[in-house]
Design a binder for this molecule. Structure first.
Ligand SMILES: NC(=O)c1ccc[n+]([C@@H]2O[C@H](COP(=O)([O-])OP(=O)(O)OC[C@H]3O[C@@H](n4cnc5c(N)ncnc54)[C@H](O)[C@@H]3O)[C@@H](O)[C@H]2O)c1
Length: 109
């Protein structure tokens, strides 16, 4: 029995590199995987290589609507989401980092 048997995982940037290896390993350990990427050709090839326990969904990680679609497609295909491997980070710095954090925002008096 694999370490993640019966779990459903989403792996971003899953068409190549670390994300591809993550997706293959998760399925070897018993999970079903939705891998997402901008690269449709390689993403579909990885999903085909893994087989029935994988689905590729084209997705730009910076798209909020894209995330909604990925989650809906994952629930539709595998019945839920248990694991997120957010492997591919945004190319641009997150805007959040530019906001100052004050004691008030941290809930202090
Ligand atoms: N490989 C390393 O040694 C290493 C070390 C430290 C950090 N990282 C980080 O880990 C992540 C993966 O690294 P990697 O070496 O496997 O990279 P990679 O370039 O081999 O794979 C990244 C994948 O992400 C996809 N991608 C790029 N932009 C995307 C977007 N906006 N939405 C969806 N998919 C997108 C690419 O098409 C590609 O398939 C990167 O964020 C990288 O910065 C890697």
């Amino acid at each position: 029995m694999g370490r993640v048997s019966g779990e459903v995982a989403i792996v971003t940037g899953g068409a190549s590199g670390v994300g591809k290896d993550d997706a293959i390993l998760l399925v070897k350990e018993g999970a079903k995987v939705v891998l997402t990427d901008l690269n449709e050709k390689d993403g579909n090839a990885v999903a085909a290589q893994i087989g029935e326990n994988a689905l590729f969904v084209k997705h730009d990680i910076s798209s909020e609507d894209g995330w909604k679609e990925v989650i809906a497609r994952t629930e539709e295909k595998f019945g839920g989401v248990d694991i997120l491997v957010n492997n591919q980070r945004p190319a641009k710095e997150l805007k959040l980092r530019r906001f100052p954090i004050t004691p008030l925002q941290l809930g202090q008096e």
